[in-house]
Design a protein around this ligand. Structure first.
Ligand code: NAD
Length: 288
């Protein structure tokens, strides 16, 4: 069953975000092809999606009238972008790296049918810049899901300067059809959510670096003192410290304001390979 005229969806990058986006699209009746260059990531995504669907099914939290088996049958896992040659929309969710995303958008422009909309789940990279690397800048848009995708309600929709109004309207309809709420943002670095969230996380690293308090006390203070579901350092581990750093760099460069300077301690964690939950170690230690 199509939503807003979209039936066949490609998702690129089967990490935390791509696997969640694929799961939600399949849960709402769309046919999904999930692509990653790493077979190990595809295998991990397939296992993770199945486990998540089973958990949701046991809590009667899947969309009515569906079950894990039906949803899983709508998902295909592929190692090559060429599998996306008949998609109505492709949602790109590879690592937060502009050169990588640009390369993928160019390839998608060659591979996908002319009517196909190219959306990016980027947290911060300008949509207008990605759009103008393709021959269809009117059909490129930001569709920014939140983590974890099956549970978080919001999708930030970011039309670039060249995006067609009809494309924006259809993406809003698609997001709502996937059970999400939409907030619209103009195409400025970090859009709205990360423009405000990331400086807070960055400041938590500054407080940790300056020994203002322990990681636990910083998190406890912000969690209980400002009524957030988790503290900023726990959240950073959840998002991925590499992603947080990449977003701070985009804010710093794109807005040319020193107030967005990435905290040196955050840089050091990333250089050490301590990227958060996904690597088993970030500010805190996790079992992998
Ligand atoms: P991740 O590191 O978990 O996954 C990235 C995936 O991209 C990996 O599986 C990697 O193998 C794959 N990849 C890299 N190069 C590729 C290529 N050439 N072709 C196909 N696959 C490739 O990252 P993530 O947290 O899922 O983030 C993905 C995107 O979503 C980023 O743009 C990020 O900014 C954005 N985002 C992240 C969050 C979050 O909380 N982590 C929230 C919203 C948006």
């Amino acid at each position: 069953m199509a939503i807003a005229g979209f039936q066949k969806v490609g998702v690129i990058g089967s990490g935390q975000m791509g696997s969640g986006i694929a799961q939600v699209c399949a849960s709402f009746g769309l046919d999904v092809i999930l692509v990653d260059i790493q077979q190990v990531q595809l295998d991990k995504a397939q296992k993770g999606i199945l486990a998540s669907l089973e958990k949701l099914e046991s809590k009667v939290a899947l969309p009515p009238g569906t079950n894990t088996k039906q949803i899983a049958a709508r998902l295909s896992f592929q190692a090559s972008l060429s599998a996306l040659n008949s998609c109505d929309i492709v949602i790109e969710a590879v690592s937060e790296n502009e050169a990588l995303k640009t390369k993928i958008f160019r390839e998608l422009d060659d591979i996908t049918p002319k009517h196909c909309i190219l959306a990016s789940n980027t947290s911060s990279i300008p949509i207008t810049r990605l759009a103008t690397t393709t021959s269809r800048p009117d059909k490129v848009i930001g569709m920014h899901f939140m983590n974890p995708v099956p549970l978080m309600k919001l999708v930030e929709v970011i039309p670039g300067m060249t995006t067609d109004q009809e494309v924006t309207d259809r993406i809003i309809e698609l997001a709502k059809g996937l059970g999400k709420e939409v907030s619209k943002s103009q195409d400025y670095p970090g859009f709205v959510v990360n423009r405000i969230l990331m400086p807070m996380i960055n400041e938590a690293f500054v407080a940790l670096m300056e020994n203002v308090a322990s990681a636990e006390d910083i998190d406890k203070g912000m969690k209980l003192g400002t009524n957030q579901p988790m503290g900023p350092l726990t959240l950073a581990d959840f998002i991925g410290l590499d992603t947080c750093l990449a977003i701070m760099k985009v804010l710093h460069e794109g807005l040319a304001d020193p107030k967005y300077r990435p905290c040196p301690l955050l840089v050091k964690y990333v250089e050490a390979g301590y990227l958060g939950r996904k690597t088993g170690r970030g500010v805190y230690n996790y079992k992998v």
